[in-house]
Design a protein around this ligand. Structure first.
Ligand code: NAD
Length: 260
């Protein structure tokens, strides 16, 4: 159980981050949500999580493109809930295009949101974790942190960067009971992947079914999407005391994709 522990999960208004917030709240953690979206919908989400799991749930709308907002979010999460024990760097975006046509601003935004924001959250969260001699940092990398696919240059570069950052943070803090690990999912059916299906249909000139079966699930030997709930349970395990010696790994959760 995570009672008396607090977690901050970036990009938790949707998809994998929201799934992880639900699983951690269900085991008693107080939660700071973050992410973009409609203010009323986010407030309804915040309230329903707090009611359902009887924990404190707060929301911070910090934009992962803005360093000052990121640092402030981490500090306020710690002040408001008393501690910040678990940090999950999950916010991320995708863009699919050949390099010659890849818009410069999309490249920069993907590097900033998917990689640089992790540096800033970790930098702000570490002092408190060190003081308390306990911390869990989980970075959402991707199968694309371990292997590449065409047309995803910025995403693959950022996620490989996340894997490297994860190892470094693990080494620097290993004696303080702080672990830092990456989770590397294959395809999970979230709004991010729904958007990619549309993009891939345009790039490859294929139907929806062809993109799902011939491009996405062809990479995944299990031939099924990973479920958000599975990722939540894996994050929960990495937060447990049983996982205290697992440090610096990048755990593939992709139905066997990177075994090939
Ligand atoms: P999603 O689009 O459902 O959710 C992304 C979240 O990030 C949302 O809450 C969104 O509001 C937030 N976000 C985006 N830009 C932001 C910004 N500038 N500031 C703050 N928040 C911002 O996506 P998802 O599929 O749940 O992906 C979550 C993470 O998992 C990402 O890092 C993604 O790269 C990674 N991942 C996803 C898959 C997959 O198949 N879905 C596979 C591997 C890795």
């Amino acid at each position: 159980t995570l009672e008396n522990k607090s977690a901050l999960i970036t990009g938790s208004t949707s998809g994998i981050g929201l799934g992880m917030a639900r699983v951690l709240a269900a085991s008693g953690a107080n939660i700071t949500l973050n992410g973009l979206g409609d203010a009323d919908e986010i407030e309804a989400l915040r309230d329903s999580l707090a009611q359902e799991f009887d924990v404190q749930v707060r929301y911070d709308g910090a934009n992962m493109l803005k360093q000052q907002e990121i640092s402030k979010m981490v500090n306020e999460a710690e002040d408001a809930l008393g501690t910040l024990d678990i940090l999950i760097n999950n916010a991320g975006i995708q863009y699919v295009s050949a390099i010659e046509d890849f818009p410069d601003d999309k490249w920069q935004a993907i590097i900033d949101i998917n990689l640089v924001s992790n540096f800033h959250t970790i930098k702000a969260a570490l002092p408190g974790m060190k003081k308390r001699n306990w911390g869990r940092i989980i970075n959402l990398a991707s199968a694309h942190g371990l292997v590449a696919s065409p047309y995803k240059s910025a995403y693959v570069a950022a996620k490989h960067g996340v894997v490297g950052l994860t190892k470094t943070v693990a080494l620097e803090n290993a004696e303080q009971m702080i672990t830092c690990n990456a989770i590397c999912p294959g395809y999970v059916r979230t709004p991010l992947v729904e958007g990619q299906i549309d993009d891939q249909m345009a790039v490859h000139k294929l139907s929806r079914e062809q993109v799902i079966n011939d491009i996405m699930l062809v990479a995944q030997p299990s031939k099924r999407f990973v479920e958000v709930e599975e990722l939540g349970q894996i994050a929960l395990f990495l937060c447990s005391d049983a996982a205290c010696s697992i440090n610096g790994i990048s755990l593939p959760v992709e139905g066997g994709w990177t075994a090939k």
